[in-house]
Design a protein around this ligand. Structure first.
Ligand code: CO
Length: 179
C-alpha cells in the first residue's frame, strides 16, 4: 500500500471544478487510499468537507467532518440527494477552493441522501442543521456548482476583485507551466 498519496486543493477557476463527477464503480484499496488522503488534505487545510473534484478527481466521493471530532468523520460515496426540505437558512460559507473568500448562502434545513460506504454498502440518511449545510455544499461540487454561483449577489459583488485575482493567478500559473 502506498503511503505517498498526497493531494493539493484545486483552486477556482480550474475547469475540473466545473465538470460533473462520475460514479465510483470499484470499491477497494485504491478508493480507501483516496479517502484517507482526502481526509488528510481536509484536516491540513482546516476544512469541514472536501469533494473529490477539489483534489482533481472526477469521482463522486465526499469526506466531511463538521465538528473536528474523529468520531464525526463521514464518507459519502456516490451520494444522491433524494429530498431537500425545511425552512431556508442563510449562513456564511467558505470553500477550500476559494481561500479567503466568504459569502452568504441560502439553503434548506434538511437533506435526505442515498449513498454508499467505502465498502460499497448502500444507505439512506437524513441530515440536519450545519451538517446538512456542509453536505449540500459538497454535493454541489459533484455537479460543478461552486460557492461563487450560490452566494448572495451582494457578497458576489463584495468579492469581485478577489475572484478576478484568482482567475488572474490561474492564468499566470497556466502560462508558466506552458513555458
Ligand atoms: Co467547497
Amino acid at each position: 500500500m502506498s503511503k505517498s498519496l498526497e493531494f493539493e486543493v484545486t483552486l477556482y477557476p480550474d475547469p475540473v471544478l466545473r465538470k460533473p463527477a462520475a460514479p465510483v464503480e470499484t470499491f477497494g484499496t485504491d478508493l480507501k487510499e483516496t479517502i484517507e488522503a482526502m481526509f488528510a488534505r481536509m484536516r491540513e487545510s482546516n476544512g469541514v468537507g472536501l469533494a473529490a473534484p477539489q483534489v482533481g478527481l472526477k469521482q463522486r466521493i465526499l469526506v466531511v467532518n463538521h465538528t473536528g471530532e474523529d468520531s464525526d468523520d463521514l464518507v459519502l460515496v456516490n451520494p444522491e440527494i433524494q429530498k431537500l426540505w425545511g425552512p431556508r437558512d442563510v449562513m456564511e460559507e467558505g470553500c477550500l477552493s476559494f481561500p479567503g473568500i466568504f459569502g452568504e448562502v441560502s439553503r434548506p434545513e434538511k437533506v435526505k441522501l442515498t449513498a454508499q460506504t467505502p465498502e460499497g454498502e448502500a444507505f439512506e440518511k437524513v441530515y440536519e442543521g450545519f451538517l446538512s449545510r456542509v453536505i449540500q455544499h459538497e454535493m454541489d461540487h459533484l455537479e460543478g456548482v461552486l460557492l461563487v454561483d450560490r452566494m448572495s449577489p451582494a457578497d458576489k459583488l463584495k468579492n469581485k476583485v478577489a475572484f478576478e485575482n484568482m482567475v488572474h493567478d490561474y492564468k499566470d500559473a497556466q502560462a508558466k507551466a506552458e513555458r
